[in-house]
Design a protein around this ligand. Structure first.
Ligand code: FAD
Ligand code: EPU
Length: 337
């Protein structure tokens, strides 16, 4: 474990923002992480835990220590049709998805091609195409930063919700996740409830898809509308989809007839932020080196050389315009540092 100084974070964030970390350390084993937390070096320093940097926007240099989690590992335990898969927090999420599918272990197919690491997946309860991490989560191990103690968190202790967990709330910055255990299965039953998956499989003339074919369909859909961070800097959806009361939704519907809405528990409705942003004419807008993705306006992009502060300003201009027209305050999904 080597602590480096004045390290550029540009290769470590998918927006491709050039910001520096005062200190930077890459952790490859749980033992290293425990030793780091038990030692004195972290005391009184700002900390930032980094996975793949695919949900981060650096608006300035980071005056503290960036801990890049690169802990690997893959282990399975069979219990009939159920398979418990434990993966190191630093493993690339999509590699885990492919590795499980290749080994006849199913369940992660709808979550294919989400950038980032295994350890960050529970932090915001990643979700896509009708499935969220919480549907497959069993438990995780994390190191308490203050004490270096290893703790196991069970499902009910994580407080999962839409793009939320306890690690984004009261425990933010207090624990570093070292491994995650998922409860997967050998059953070939698949979830194709999300419309776009069905239409893609229909186009491909596949009536009874295998989990691998669902994964291929999800990859195809994602590649058709989301920019590849290796080519164009971005962090996926910049904002969460707002969840409003049914009463507020009905009022909006009387003024904006075509506003989409998806019913949620407790008399609430989820409204696609992409629609709100699109209606305000932001789609495809370019401002120097940055802009709003022309295919999916919930995604802000860095065409190269853009600054984090410029992207933040663009995000807040979008937020203000949506608030003014629809009375809805968008909440960033991306971590603004
Ligand atoms: P980072 O960006 O490095 O970190 C994210 C947060 O997690 C930070 O607060 C960080 O401190 C914390 N963190 C990271 N690792 C740990 C750890 N080991 N212990 C404790 N805290 C940690 N997200 C979705 O949910 N669904 C999607 O469909 C989706 N599509 C995307 C598409 C694109 C093109 C991109 C670029 C992003 C997309 N995202 C999506 C967002 C992103 O992929 C997820 O948020 C992902 O989980 C981030 O992983 P990361 O390792 O890059 O985390
Ligand atoms: N829409 C428009 N104009 C557009 C595009 C979309 O009006 O140009 C409207 C349409 O009504 C469309 C709706 O927005 O039906 C939803 O669009 P889409 O299906 O692309 O999904 P999304 O709600 O924008 C969410 C997640 C994605 C996830 C997809 C698929 C959030 C914040 N985003 O996007 O997650 O991949 O669904 O499940 O929940 C991420 O979190 O980074 C992310 C990419």
């Amino acid at each position: 474990m080597t602590i480096q100084e004045h390290v550029s974070l540009q290769p470590y964030n998918t927006f491709g923002i050039d910001a520096n970390a005062r200190y930077f350390v890459e952790i490859r084993t749980e033992e290293e992480l425990v030793a780091l937390c038990k030692g004195d070096f972290l005391k009184d320093k700002n900390l930032l835990i980094l996975g793949g940097g695919s949900n981060m926007l650096f608006t300035q240099d980071f005056d503290g220590i960036v801990i890049k989690n690169s802990i690997q590992g893959f282990d399975t335990k069979h219990a009939g049709e159920t398979i418990y898969v434990t993966a190191g927090a630093g493993m690339v999420w999509h590699e885990l998805v492919l590795k499980t599918l290749e080994n006849g272990i199913n369940g992660l197919e709808n979550l294919s091609l989400i950038p980032g690491t295994v350890g960050a997946a529970p932090v915001q309860n990643i979700g896509a195409y009708g499935v969220e991490l919480k549907d497959l989560f069993f438990e995780l191990k994390a190191i308490e930063i203050d004490s270096g103690e290893v703790k196991t968190f069970l499902h009910e202790e994580c407080a999962f919700d839409y793009r939320y967990s306890v690690f984004k709330g009261p425990l933010k910055g207090k624990y570093i996740i070292s491994s995650v255990t998922l409860k997967l299965h050998t059953s070939i039953e698949v979830n194709t409830s999300y419309g776009a998956i069905n239409s893609t499989l229909n186009e491909w003339n596949i009536a009874n898809p295998t989990p691998k074919e669902v994964s291929d369909a999800v990859i195809h859909i994602r590649q058709s509308k989301l920019p590849d961070p290796a080519k164009v800097g971005n962090a996926g959806s910049f904002f969460k989809n707002p969840v409003i009361t049914k009463k507020q939704y009905d009022l909006l519907k009387s003024e904006f007839e075509t506003i989409p809405g998806y019913p949620q528990p407790n008399n609430r409705v989820k409204v696609p932020a992409a629609w709100l942003i699109d209606q305000n004419g932001w789609k495809g807008k370019t401002l120097g080196n940055i802009g709003v993705n022309p295919k999916q306006p919930l995604v802000l992009v860095n065409y190269g050389g853009g600054k984090g502060a410029e992207l933040k300003e663009l995000a807040y201009s979008i937020l203000d315009s949506v608030k003014e027209r629809f009375g809805i305050e968008l909440e960033p999904e991306v971590n603004i540092i």
